[in-house]
Write a protein that binds this ligand. Sequence first.
Ligand SMILES: *[C@@H]1O[C@H](CO)[C@@H](O)[C@H](O)[C@H]1NC(C)=O
Ligand SMILES: *[C@@H]1O[C@H](CO)[C@@H](O)[C@H](O)[C@H]1NC(C)=O
Ligand SMILES: *[C@@H]1O[C@H](CO)[C@@H](O)[C@H](O)[C@H]1NC(C)=O
Ligand SMILES: *[C@@H]1O[C@H](CO)[C@@H](O)[C@H](O)[C@H]1NC(C)=O
Ligand SMILES: *[C@@H]1O[C@H](CO)[C@@H](O)[C@H](O)[C@H]1NC(C)=O
Length: 945
Amino acid sequence: MEEPTTGTTAMMVPWLLLLCITAAATSGALQAHAQLDSNAAGFISIDCGLPGQTSYVDNTTKLSYTTDAGFIDTDAGVNHNISAEYITPSMAKSWHSVRSFPSGRRNCYNLSSLVSGSKYLIRGKFLYANYDGLNRLPIFDLYIGVNLWTTVKISEADAAVFTEAIMLVPDDFLEVCLINTGGGTPFISGLDLRALKKMLYPLANETQALVLLHRFNFGPTDSHTIIRYPDDPHDRIWFPFVDVENWVEITAEKEVNIDDEFFEPPQEVMQTAITPRDVSENIEFTLDIQSFPRDHSLGYVHTVYFCELQEYPSSNALRQFYIYRNGVLTNLHFYKPPYLASGFVNSVKPFQASQYKISLDATAKSTLPPIINAIELFSVISTTTVGTNSQDVFAIRAVKKMYQVQKNWTGDPCLPKALSWAGLTCSYNGSRPPTIIIVNMSFYDLHGGISPDFTALKNLQSMDLSNNNLTGSIPDALSQLESLKNLDLSNNKLNGPIPSGLLKKVQDGSLDLKYDNNPDICTNGTSCQPEGGSKVAIYIVVPVVVIVVLLLVVMLYFCLQRKRKQGSIKNSVKLKNDGDGTSQESSLGLESHRFTYRELETITNNFQRVLGRGGFGRVFHGSLEDGTQVAVKLRSHSSNQGVRQFLAEAQVLSRIHHKNLVSMIGYCKDGEHMALVYEYMPQGTLQEHIAGKDNIRRALPWRRRLRVALESAQGLEYLHEGCNPPLIHMDVKTANILLNERLEAKIADFGLSKAFNCHDDTHVSTNTLAGTRGYVDPEYHRTCQASTKNDVYSFGVVLLELVTGKPAILPDTEAISIINWARQRLARGDIEGVVDTRMQGDHDINAVWKATEIALKCTEQVPLQRPSMAEVVMQIQECLDLEEDCTGRDDEFYTGSSSVGMDPNMGYNASTNRCTDLRQNNATLEIEYNHRRGPQMDTSPMATR
Ligand SMILES: *[C@@H]1O[C@H](CO)[C@@H](O)[C@H](O)[C@H]1NC(C)=O
Ligand SMILES: *[C@@H]1O[C@H](CO)[C@@H](O)[C@H](O)[C@H]1NC(C)=O
Ligand SMILES: *[C@@H]1O[C@H](CO)[C@@H](O)[C@H](O)[C@H]1NC(C)=O
Ligand SMILES: *[C@@H]1O[C@H](CO)[C@@H](O)[C@H](O)[C@H]1NC(C)=O
Ligand SMILES: *[C@@H]1O[C@H](CO)[C@@H](O)[C@H](O)[C@H]1NC(C)=O
């Protein structure tokens, strides 16, 4: 067992090493990259405590560092230089200064202009170096937004502490907060932010982030060799793990093929590895997890990188080994590193541990000792605490900025409760984001007008702005705050009339308004003096009030009328066909955003990228101002049918919301132009995945197919049972099932959907047949009567496609339907004959049987014999349980590749008895992934060739 020689913990880099980081800069090793752009996209590099506004280019990384001035309140913290005795000529400039926070419990850096929903690496850097001359080593907490990141414990004055987290950032900003927990003054030397592709580090998701404990590169025998940007385009810092006594270095001269979208280790890291000095030995080492101050109850995850760097000298040479974590086998079978290609083994879910020990033991057959290239170990933190409602955050921040509020208003306004901003009262309602309900800014020394941003605090119940020096008039927009019951504006210098909206609320008793001691406010019309305009104002105000009231009455009347009318036709969502659809649209009551055609042009960059085509027209890719990617379905002008379907779909989408239904972001009805704007589903249609189009890199694994089936079934179940009246989709097919970046399925295209009322008559008659050949229920075809069982039938076809990998209608000699094709084979008991060969035997045959059975039940001729979608959901869930029970893992990727094999000693060769074998083995299974070149077809080790 070897401790890393670089120190007690990886992220505490001793002083010597720090010097080396900078020494590397002058060694010329990085000169080849000197021409690289110093402003890598998506990078923010902050040198905290650096005075002035200057930015500079770091000698080592060629990255541009900026001062922290733009990222923190001007009055927060104090700049310091570290003690001169710690400074050496080769030390990177970014370590020279720190910002410390002697006052305020919480102080936050605010990184803005991020892309919401994107993944980032965030790194804090701390070097105490006796900057305050007190020689007192502090300990304090670090938060990302409102979630605890880590505790920073400075245990040596000359140790550089790095903390790093990989997380999905929900908003377009991120706050990093230092919290004084009584263990000394918090300080920080630097803060880095690096944008990552979303696919990277799949275990960092909406609910959890990864906090780095160790990241080691094996191979370099020189502890100075540190790899980061530009060698690592994501600027991860790879420290060397050196143990010359026991290990020898292997280096590849040739390039290693890094085609791994989950971790993208740098070439330089994968080109070196270690192997035991004594070839009969194995590799074993321990990494410290105990000295990290926090109890990581969510557990740990790791990624271990392997690459075969040596060409085998003779054909019977073999390198294969078992991987044990804390004595437990991590994979079912042995591991064989891929030749000159990056391979890894990583956790698919967090594991609990009190220590972390890795052993790589050669198999009996192996003639070569194990090797290892790199390792990363993370602890998992929860990011489920949600910050204050973001609209409130933006509003109150704008207020803070406008009035230059000097009350250490920093970090999240409401959370944690103990640190909520002075003068604000929030409402905390369970898992929903807190909202601001009371603003008390009495005696806050406010100058200038009443901020228009107050009106964005939608849940505001009470606001006290009394005893300030506010000037200008009272904004009428305040009357839009529906919950506002108390408004105190007294003792200010406001002028002008009380706006009509507020007056009305005062008159009907819903608002208690105080405005005394504002000398220039005109109340009853009589006392309004200034600039002669006031009389006119009253003459305007009174009629306006009258008109507004009249209008309200008229609108109310019409609303009631319409409600009544709607009541009678409500259950049949049918739209009157009146040509251009304008009147329908007005009755849609769409909540979604309405776009103009001009806006759509901007969003789609002049309709540049076509995502798909259909009878209605084309679908374009677009991105909103905030970076959200969208799909824009633009109706072609040709068909009248199109208008109707468009409106039907818009109406359906605006009233249904489910995680397995594609959601609508907005719509456009701008003259001739009609469009629907949806969430963008980057992985395209299920049809493309089943057909294996060029852009699809590999066939969906069986478990993912089952999940897709489950998710689509849940979407349909919701339409049938969660909607009132139930909705029939009428066009369920693989082309209408879309996949997001995590390959989660959502049902799309509601253009043909029908409301279905079981109280009036059982079926909805349709004049024109809806649906797509191969998916249409023959019963519907016969009777022209729609029922939810039509969707069940079509879903059965989809499920069969998932099992077989074949289209709904086989393009064979006589265009046979997939149902008949499968029934014929199953009649002969040939279940393997229907299974998609691309699944490479990666399925539990029982689960496949069950899925096929469900599909056949769904496609029964007689609708009554078909299950409901709720039953289908249950059954597929059972399938999935069967599958996961059996394999005990829930990896999303094929583990099969030419470099992975089954251990003959484990007595397992037929896929049918895999279940029992696996149950006997208590190994915690992990994903194993090896780079494969080209298409994935038939490379399974199980395929007999
Ligand atoms: C960075 O390099 C430049 C030129 O090579 C040198 O003048 C400067 O002092 C260096 N800065 C640091 C902090 O090493
Ligand atoms: C706010 O700042 C004052 C000093 O200006 C300090 O006394 C007080 O503790 C701070 N409050 C919080 C919540 O940090
Ligand atoms: C994040 O990953 C964990 C598994 O590690 C899982 O339990 C959780 O549901 C995931 N969260 C989301 C939102 O996908
Ligand atoms: C208003 O401002 C004046 C001077 O600018 C100051 O003396 C007075 O105290 C302020 N009033 C309030 C209520 O803050
Ligand atoms: C209008 O003036 C009368 C006295 O002239 C006063 O009693 C009343 O409160 C005033 N109304 C409002 C709305 O200020």
